[in-house]
Design a protein around this ligand. Structure first.
Ligand SMILES: Nc1ncnc2c1ncn2[C@@H]1O[C@H](COP(=O)(O)OP(=O)(O)OP(=O)(O)O)[C@@H](O)[C@H]1O
Length: 255
């Protein structure tokens, strides 16, 4: 892992997209201190689909927030490509998130008054960038959203709305997409479609996705699953099956 002391936001090198080195996060509320991440080191190579699992309170969301530059560690280093997030002020971190990181949430987070097309291109327009129409057209076709571009989110199913959110997350060609329980609000069938899509985005478009999920069946669609417990990574399972993940989680006493 290379470490940059410069405040420049540099492009991600071909190999590693995210690197955490000995990251600890202590949340303090009054006199109470909770160690949400305890000396975690992690490298996410480009072109991987990584699932993060673990019992409730094990630190999954904190890991995602810190790796995405939405929160800062108490100690340790977080690299996005060659950029050390610790070298950036809040304004520069915001720019890096906007330009280099995509987000997909359980609740889709679409703006109800905008059409699908406007939702997809809004972040780019807010950033003053012209959407790459060819890229967006390819994403829309791949996600089966052609024909829906002029609809409003309320006129679409949950699975369709999540696909819109995925296209929006990819519109700026980010280095990495963080997905927080992307199938948490979907039925089994729609979840399957969304997970197939996420896997295709990685395998066929070379994107990189880190997905936090409680669902072993969802995590089994990833290349690798990290298992967290008490703020630490306690296991890394390659080509996981839902059964082995469920077994590993139940051995930790959570889901
Ligand atoms: N802002 C905060 N202030 C205080 N404590 C926090 C804060 N955020 C998280 N924590 C604590 O840090 C620990 C890890 O929380 P985190 O949300 O990362 O876990 P998680 O694995 O994502 O849990 P869940 O599966 O329930 O979402 C928990 O003990 C939690 O209560």
């Amino acid at each position: 892992m290379r470490r940059g002391g410069s405040a420049d936001i540099r492009p991600a090198p071909p190999g590693q997209v995210i690197g955490l080195d000995r990251v600890t996060k202590v949340h303090r509320t009054g006199t109470v201190a909770v160690t949400a991440l305890d000396d975690v080191s992690l490298t996410v190579p480009r072109g991987t689909f990584l699932a993060v699992m673990g019992p409730s309170g094990s630190g999954k969301s904190t890991l995602l927030q810190i790796a995405a530059g939405l929160d800062t560690p108490t100690s340790g280093t977080v690299m996005v490509g060659d950029t050390d997030l610790g070298s950036l002020n809040e304004a520069r971190r915001t720019v890096l998130r906007r330009d280099r990181i995509g987000f997909v949430f359980q609740g889709y987070n679409l703006l109800p008054s905008l059409t699908v097309e406007q939702n997809i291109t809004l972040p780019l327009r807010l950033a003053g960038r012209a959407p790459d129409q060819e890229w967006i057209r390819a994403l829309v076709d791949r996600t089966g959203l052609d024909g829906t571009l002029h609809r409003r989110p309320a006129e679409m199913s949950g699975g369709q709305q999540q696909r819109v959110a995925i296209v929006r997350a990819l519109a700026a060609r980010p280095d990495i997409v963080f997905a927080d329980e992307p199938t948490g609000a979907l039925d089994v069938r729609s979840s399957g479609h969304v997970l197939t899509l996420l896997r295709q985005i990685v395998d066929e478009l070379g994107q990189t996705i880190v997905m936090v999920t409680h669902d072993p069946a969802a995590a089994a669609r990833a290349h690798e699953a990290l298992i967290m417990a008490d703020g630490r990574i306690v296991d890394v399972i390659g080509d996981p099956t839902a059964q082995e993940l469920a077994g590993r989680l139940s051995s930790l006493g959570g889901r």
